[in-house]
Ligand binder design. Sequence first.
Ligand code: GDP
Ligand code: IMO
Ligand code: MG
Length: 429
Amino acid sequence: MPRNVVVIGTQWGDEGKGKIVDWLAEQVHGVVRFQGGHNAGHTLVVNGKKTVLRLIPSGMLHPHTTCYLGNGVVVSPADLMKEIGELEAAGVEVRSRLKIAHACPVVAPYHVAVDQAREAKRGDAKIGTTGRGIGPTYEDKVARRAIRLHDLTEPTLEAKLKEVLEYHNFMLANYLNAPTVDYAQTLDTLRKAGEQIAPMLADVSHALTEARRHGKPLLFEGAQGTLLDVDNGTYPFVTSSNCVSGAAGPGAGVGARMIDYVLGITKAYTTRVGSGPFPTELFDDIGAGLAKRGNEFGSVTGRPRRCGWLDIPALKRSFEINGVDGMAIMKLDVLSGMDEIKICTGYDFRGEWIDRLPYGSSAVADCKPVYETLAGWKESVFGIRKFEQLPMNAQSYLKRVEALTGVPIALVSTGFERDDTILMQHPLN
Ligand code: GDP
Ligand code: IMO
Ligand code: MG
């Protein structure tokens, strides 16, 4: 029986999860998002045509695939409908293939207002959020005052909205010095969106359990990355959800036995967008070169991504937290043309040598990377689809990463196109 695979980011997001989920989705019944919201931006390139997905799972371009939004995903009705509209305009049938959990918390305009006003108030100490209202929505969920998708068509919506808006408007007016959000307009928008979304609501937990029972393989698609995880990341410079493999259970409404294999998506170097510590960050021409060749601009916000060398102590931490079975090394082509390539193998941490990323952002800020230097390669590896065709130094780089992490490489990506992918060990079987 094919394996159920959970695909997660092992760094600070934007590793290339979307590309790999799309590539794997050819062979599965369903693709399931289990956390995050439209703060994600997952890029798929098929025959030169680029699609950026934010909420919709990256299996959507395969017509036979069913796509699921588990209850752990926070859903902005307006942004979901916009994304559906864009896909439909491109000829993709979405509504009959998208199944959404009733319990997804709703991202509403007051969450966006609070997110942005808070960031403005923090000034230089800002998190650098995507400004999409993700954090305030998860806060409402945990505070037990969230409006969930199933509420949008219930008569109780009015009272629920009144309560939650009273809270947020108080914060906006009295603490954040920002304009408040209009009740009647919000109610009207949410009601209308509720009617559009209602036909797509489904018992996702049961559907996934049935798929498993009938031997139909599933992919669980993580958003963000492990170092942005609210518990395990560089707190407080993190997102507000758990983005690790174990979050697939509660976020999709399935048990721990549902996952057979954890695929850790890992960029061949490191990037980060937004604030927060980043030990291997490069501020020189080498960093600028990675950003340029890797086209490192946020797929959602367009913000430039900070770039640096591969960080093994951070990966070791991440691989342990996720129980990674295999890695997909992404964007190897971006490392071409360099005389030498560095890999961070440990940190000088307050005078001590450590080989695991410590917890908390102030500790991470004190990590001074210790590097090992490898010979680079001049040839382009763009689009190479066989390991043996890679230059010897590129092969050595990959082998060294395997040796340093102790985790095998399952896939290597050499370009943004779906099929610019080297298969080493198939995650699904
Ligand atoms: P995600 O959020 O993890 O899905 O990643 P993003 O889509 O935000 O960012 C990854 C970017 O790298 C996208 O623009 C992809 O098209 C691109 N990409 C993915 N794999 C490769 C690769 O192997 N080589 C190159 N050059 N680009 C890649
Ligand atoms: P994908 O799925 C990269 C970052 C933001 C900010 C922090 C908190 O495309 O990899 P939030 O809006 O979530 O409260 O912002 O998290 N962030 C991401 N960085 N890729 C993402 O998603 C991200 N989603 C959030 O930049 O630093
Ligand atoms: Mg992204």
